[in-house]
Write a protein that binds this ligand. Sequence first.
Ligand SMILES: C[S@@+](CC[C@H](N)C(=O)[O-])C[C@H]1O[C@@H](n2cnc3c(N)ncnc32)[C@H](O)[C@@H]1O
Length: 293
Amino acid sequence: MATVRDIIAEATRDLTAAGVESARGDALLLLAAAKGCERAALITDPQREVSAAVLDVFNALLARRRAREPISHILGEREFWSLPFRVSAATLAPRPDSETVVEAALAQVAERAAPLRLLDLGTGTGCLLLSLLYELPNASGVGIEKSPAAAAVAGENARRLGLDHRARIVVGDWTGALKDADVFDLIVSNPPYIALSDKAALPPEVALYEPAEALFAGTDGLDAYRILLPLCARHLTPGGIVALELGAGQRPAVAALASAQGFEIVDCQRDLGGIERALVLRKEAGNLCGSAK
Ligand SMILES: C[S@@+](CC[C@H](N)C(=O)[O-])C[C@H]1O[C@@H](n2cnc3c(N)ncnc32)[C@H](O)[C@@H]1O
């Protein structure tokens, strides 16, 4: 029987040849999934033998990764804000960059026990909404999602995280899903923001496997912001906060669109790569969210 060490060495070569950057780490994750054990157990016991049945399962998973299917889609789960989120082919896999939006939003909340009303536009897996609800124990929120299959994943994540009594996932277009009277204290969104002209530059994991409606926003990547900023202005309570994820280099353009809607730019937080990632806006002074700074 082959050992863990041999299998991982060969799979690492295989994935590297296919252009996968995190080849060894991914090989370990796939073998752990095939064996039903922790990745750490493989690292500490590299001479462990692997049965033919496990190897068959592993090889099937490896073939998917070799075809550049994202590791999170293969495993069906991705960690975000230290919480486990189910993902599927219908959802964008939550990115570490998007944790900047959660951080930026929380930085504006002076009283975490306040009964805040949250709105997440384009909720996908629900990662932004559910992470905020996890941190804000008396808040409740609505996540709007156009894709019924993605909304089903968000609903499942809400249940798995024990947050479904405070999260309502609505299937629909963000322009039609709200009533005029619906207002929120904190609105977050990670909208599609990739320009169609940038499609060719995307890695296969994104271009081939992530839903186009989660990625692209017209010729300049700003179409969703053009729709969402007036929507946010209508549904934000006085003193409320909007936190929007940005694509690289989009801060000046999105800030200009926000100013045109009467928003004040409160903050812009950079992600771990130093990119301006989370734009924080306020429409009118008030103290519902307050300022934690
Ligand atoms: C970039 S993904 C973000 C998903 C998730 N919030 C996250 O941060 O990982 C954008 C999401 O918006 C949804 N979406 C795009 N256009 C929409 C629309 N007009 N109405 C509602 N949802 C929309 C997409 O289906 C996708 O799930």
